[in-house]
Design a protein around this ligand. Structure first.
Ligand code: FRU
Length: 488
């Protein structure tokens, strides 16, 4: 006999899969990014390598292309490139999570996979007042999950928090479990730290980091805390930061601190906050450590409260390609696409070597491509140069390097349908010799430059016949040392 909970899981799954069949050939559907078969997704959750396979969960509303009561969708992969959809892992159902299984993380314990997530309950019809508690669910096969009967495992909010108390990230250090949680107090974002011996009983250890009345937002969502290159990185997604020039331009940001943490004193000393990705669409990033020791990051490749043209086709939301993190000498995070993505390359359609451009050079035509271009600039007259993609009738997405200002600008003003939002820009360390690596999917662009220090991720919604890829130079001659295009 099926339980009522199993029936809910099955009907949600069926709803999304059936709709998925009808929308799979719509033009914005992505070719190599994680998204749901249909309907809405947001944050990546529970990134883990379990029994040799990579698992990624995501915030999922299986009944609509708009956000609603959150489920956990689930995909897995052997290579971080080809993802298989699995049955929905969690559904909101119990008194403690009835309005949503919010974001969280995954651990391996005694051969089982454990999910730690936030149970969300609205206390009023306007969804203003809420109760958030932390919950556990277990699986032996990595596919079917049972909620722990001791749920919620953490519901007491310490004085330093508020009822916004969510997005647990759990990790093991020596023989103890640790957890960071996002919260706020007096409209200042905070991250709280907990310790546990058994994942069920949690001891509050204090505030790990907080907004001390700077421009760091009123709520810190989706924290992640990990060691990298001998330093400790705290990744957060603050809500409510004010734009400062070309910084913090999106509605919400994802960024990080680096510093030193002691498990003896539980104190974290950190430096300043840096935004991690300067594109229009990057939020709620999470990481995990794989068995080769790589710290791999995946983020939601969209932004809250923004026009999402794919909703007309019955879906919204996707996750970025996986990126390997490292730290540079100054303690800044670098992001590199995982090497496994090379296996997506189908055909090298173009290879240009040592070619001088003064104007434009068409180098390809594709909606799914990897583009690698290396420029050298000796002519002081050059005002701008770069790459244009998804070019068509009145449409183009433009990546411009501006030598005088030592910056890279991504312009999606004429990319196609909404969401608009114009320019995003990032500083480059130098502009004499610039390498760009670009991953284009049918409705996204991810740009990696400056050795991974400069990354921009954005959604674009061009018409399906805007396919042109061009290099360009303005004001002088730019030497294209090499340019390669692979269809994916
Ligand atoms: C971040 C977030 C999380 C929350 C989830 C709900 O995008 O708001 O704080 O757990 O999304 O879907």
């Amino acid at each position: 006999m099926e339980t009522a909970y199993e029936r809910l899981l099955l009907s949600a799954q069926k709803e999304a899969s059936d709709k998925g069949e009808t929308i799979k050939d719509t033009p914005y559907r992505l070719g190599f990014h994680i998204s749901a078969p249909a309907n809405w997704i947001n944050d990546p959750n529970g990134l883990i390598q379990f029994k040799g396979e990579y698992h990624v969960f995501y915030q999922f509303h299986p009944f609509s292309e708009k956000w609603g009561p959150m489920y956990w969708g689930h995909v897995k992969s052997k290579d971080l490139v080809h993802w298989e959809q699995l049955p929905i892992a969690l559904a909101p159902f119990e008194d403690y999570d009835r309005d949503g299984c919010f974001s969280g993380s995954a651990v391996e314990h005694d051969g089982k996979m454990g999910l730690i997530y936030t149970g969300n309950v609205w206390l009023d019809d306007q969804q203003q007042e809420l109760k958030q508690v932390q919950c556990l669910a277990w699986s032996t096969d990595g596919v079917n999950f049972t909620k722990d009967c001791s749920n919620p495992v953490l519901s007491r909010i310490p004085e330093e928090g508020s009822s916004h108390f969510r997005d647990p990230k759990v990790w093991k250090h020596e023989s103890s479990w640790y957890m960071v949680l996002g919260t706020k107090k007096n409209e200042l974002g905070k991250v709280l730290l907990y310790q546990s011996d058994d994942l069920q009983n949690w001891k509050y250890e204090g505030v790990l980091a907080e907004n001390k009345e700077e421009n760091l937002g009123f709520m810190w969502e989706c924290p992640d805390f990990f060691e990298l290159g001998g330093r400790h990185v705290l990744l957060i997604s603050p809500e409510g930061m004010e734009q400062e020039g070309t910084e913090y331009v999106n509605l919400k940001q994802t960024g990080y601190f680096t510093g030193e943490f002691s498990y003896e004193t539980m104190q974290y000393k950190h430096g300043q906050f840096f935004e991690l990705d300067k594109g229009h669409d990057f939020y709620a990033a999470q990481t995990f450590l794989d068995d080769t020791g790589r710290r791999i990051l995946i983020a939601w490749m969209d932004m809250w409260e923004q026009e999402m043209p794919s909703q007309e086709d019955g879906w919204a939301g996707a996750l970025t390609i996986p990126r390997v993190l490292s730290l540079d000498k100054e303690g800044r995070l670098l992001m590199h696409p995982v090497a496994e993505l090379d296996s997506l390359r189908k055909e090298k359609t173009v290879s240009v070597k040592e070619y001088a451009i003064e104007n434009e050079l068409v180098i390809g035509s594709a909606d799914m491509a990897e583009i690698a271009a290396e420029f050298r600039v000796d002519d002081p007259g050059v005002r701008a140069f770069g790459v244009k993609v998804r070019c068509g009738d009145g449409e183009e997405t433009v990546l411009t390097i501006v030598p005088d200002e030592c910056k890279l600008v991504l312009d999606r003003e004429n990319s196609g349908k909404g969401p608009g939002g114009g320019l995003r820009e990032a500083k480059l360390s130098q502009v004499k010799s610039v390498s760009l690596r670009i991953f284009l999917d049918r409705s996204s662009i991810e740009v990696f430059a400056d050795g991974g220090a400069c990354v921009l991720t954005s959604r674009i919604f061009p018409s399906s016949d805007s396919l042109g890829i061009k290099l360009f130079a303005e004001g002088g001659t730019v030497n294209v040392q090499s340019a390669e295009v692979w269809t994916l």
